[in-house]
Design a binder for this molecule. Structure first.
Ligand code: PEP
Length: 249
């Protein structure tokens, strides 16, 4: 089964209501390949989710950038998976490296979140990736495998999971992975899924690349056999996000 190209835009903690409306207008006016060719999901900060959901074209979808690990309740400042479902938000990004590093989210905690969000009916963009130090120590695949294993240990149905391979050294740095570097990890990750989950999950799960993707480098990256799309940070706030969506063609 062919894996549909996936382009996610992670707006992180950016934007005013006015800026968000401007980005939505740009997206709404864009000529892009059809939904049969590419799945587009943008992820505004929580507070703008209803605004974006209600104004964004219907062939683009919306993701939250995080959600709580279990049922809501006395967890000040958190947003639960149930709340996202209630607002009809279909996707959530979990395990982003900024949360792993700045908020100490462990592999197990991310795995628990992925399992809980899926159980509530959300679709999950699950992020994995190594630091520069880990890459230089030759442990890229060990790190990525451990992060993926924590998810695999808790999840049996992978049909609503997209894995985002995002090397930490490439995020927000302008130092994009070369197409060969991205392909190498995506290929190994797919082989890991085949060995540790199933051939079917390996063949059908989309593995997207994130880290300094822009309008100039997206075509060659997206042309790699195991790169099924992108998770885009900085460039998703700019009109060049449209060019990145068009890399699906
Ligand atoms: C990200 O934060 O997921 C990301 C890939 O950021 P950037 O594209 O800015 O490197």
């Amino acid at each position: 089964m062919a894996r549909k190209f996936f382009v996610g835009g992670n707006w992180k903690c950016n934007g005013t209501a006015e800026e968000v409306k401007k980005i939505v207008n740009t997206l709404n006016e864009a000529q892009v390949p059809s939904q049969d060719v590419v799945e587009v999901v943008v992820s505004p900060p929580y507070v703008f989710l209803p605004l974006v959901k209600s104004t964004l074209r219907s062939d683009f979808h919306v993701a939250a950038q995080n959600c709580w690990v279990k049922k809501g309740g006395a967890f000040t400042g958190e947003v639960s998976a149930e709340m996202l479902v209630n607002l009809d938000i279909p996707w959530v990004i979990l395990g982003h490296s900024e949360r792993r590093a700045l908020l100490n989210e462990s592999n197990e905690f991310v795995g628990d979140k992925v399992a809980y969000a899926l159980a509530q009916g959300l679709k999950v963009i699950a992020c994995v990736g190594e630091t520069l130090e880990q890459r230089e120590a030759g442990s890229t695949m060990d790190v990525v495998a451990a992060q993926t294993k924590a998810i695999a240990d808790r999840v049996s149905n992978w049909s609503n999971v997209v894995i985002a391979y995002e090397p930490v050294w490439a995020i927000g740095t302008g130092k994009v992975a070369s197409p060969a570097q991205a392909q190498e990890v995506h290929d190994e990750l797919r082989k890991w899924l085949a060995k540790n989950v199933s051939d079917d999950v390996a063949a059908t799960t989309r593995i997207i690349y994130g880290g300094s993707v822009n309008g100039g480098n997206c075509k060659e990256l997206g042309g790699q056999a195991d790169v099924d799309g992108f998770l885009v940070g900085g460039a998703s706030l700019k009109p060049e996000f449209i060019d990145i969506i068009k890399a699906a063609e």
